[in-house]
Write a protein that binds this ligand. Sequence first.
Ligand code: PEP
Ligand code: MG
Length: 572
Amino acid sequence: MQNLKGIGASAGIAIAKSYRLEEPELKIEKREVADKEAEKLRLDDALQTSKAELEKIKEHANRELGADKADIFAAHLLVLSDPELIKPIKDKIEQEATNAEFALKETADMFVSMFEAMDNEYMRERAADIRDVTKRVIAHLLGVQIPNPSLISEEVIIIAEDLTPSDTAQLNRQYVKGFTTNIGGRTSHSAIMARSMEIPAVVGTKQATSSIENGVTVIVDGIDGDVIIDPSEEVIARYKAKQENYEVQKTEWAKLVNEPTVSKDGHHVELAANIGTPEDVKGVLENGGEGVGLYRTEFLYMGRDQLPTEEEQFQSYKAVLERMEGKPVVVRTLDIGGDKELPYLNLPKEMNPFLGFRAIRLCLEEQEIFRTQLRALLKASPYGNLKIMFPMIATLQEFREAKAVLLEEKEKLTSAGVQVSDKIEIGIMVEIPSTAVLADQFAKEVDFFSIGTNDLIQYTMAADRMNERVSYLYQPYNPAILRLITLVIEAAHKEGKWAGMCGEMAGDSIAIPILLGLGLDEFSMSATSILPARTQIKGLSKEEAQSFKETILSMSTTEEVVSFVKETFSIN
Ligand code: PEP
Ligand code: MG
């Protein structure tokens, strides 16, 4: 038995066998072969096995994830049957008497570089297909196993260095009971996805992949951030009891599902949820969300090999608005970059992706992408209570430009006779310190603010939110952060606007009394945090919380704030 300590990224306890999700190393050496025909047969065999595997993955994707995801694998199958690719490989084996994996790699690399150099989006996508699919065939030729998370058919706990958001989106909730990774923090996007999928997760263990073999029993305790490898019967029994207690607590929280969020002294605040896909709305309603405070639309663009069309986007936005039945839905426009990559955009690699060409910066330059999304949103607006917000706004000029593009698209649609709601509020995420400092100026022009503390903290403290070695600097309760938040809330209220928060801090039990006292209007969090937050707020007096505002803001360290809040509000 061994214990690993990490960061509890998604609450709950999971006990199951481990499943290592890692890309195997494919070492290819050139060998001379004596029997060229046998080598060609070996290639045919590997092609057949890969095709059979891809057929299975395609069927699974079609059933579980929809036709668009399945199309990716259909494209891969086409590559494997393409004589233009297969013939040159066999010719190479014949002419150079070389081994199949080497001939395949050389030929595929040649096509990949040729297609990648073309000034044609479609051909560049084919290059990605060839790269992906030949990896599978080479693995078979080398007798190495490639993990296929979408083919998992028994209960497992995923062990990985890291999970990309699109890996996470492809996990099958029925079988994947939990996961643990070496890197990442509470606000990395795989952690955020785990919460919206309600899968217990512990991230940032540093050594999950070096300590956990395939197929051993593992306990993931996402409440306290513990991972127990190969536990004894006694430990399993203890964790089963903890799991049951957690379920009992959830039943208690569930009693508040249809209640408004009102403090002990009668003040209402809105508790909303953060979502990534229309499917997440179910969890929002089951957990009593009063709205969607952040719809991260970038997940619509991920795990695929081309941009979603206007129609596809329209259907997703409409679905969310309809399912929320008139409750507010704040949709954030594309926030790609940082740890959320879109390989098919072929953007150059950057030294500092979190500080780079991302989010609104990319949208203002690649305007076709931006305008397509805005049109889809505008067309969906009559189906519910839509609010639009722009991510990563650093200057007023960016906001003005983004808003102008939005209004231009709106005007075009209305002149063409398309129905568009005239009540759409337009706001911004406050996640860059310059914007927080200048909130008084922004407040004159925006309809609302939503404070994105995940990034605001990383930029204010200069601490990468993905890097567990600097996670000690990730300090939501640092007075510097609290003062920035105060600037934003006060500026909004002065102009008669509302201020929300959609960073993870909004659902944190130590932050909640502080934020209530600072006058935050809307708290948007993972759906599973809503009922515990409502329970907590019902027990708090807003006026009392307000009376501590100056005391807290004049403190000098995180530790001082935490111990004061814990003691004053009896939080353990
Ligand atoms: C944030 O930065 O706080 C936020 C909510 O956005 P994201 O986590 O998607 O960067
Ligand atoms: Mg952000």
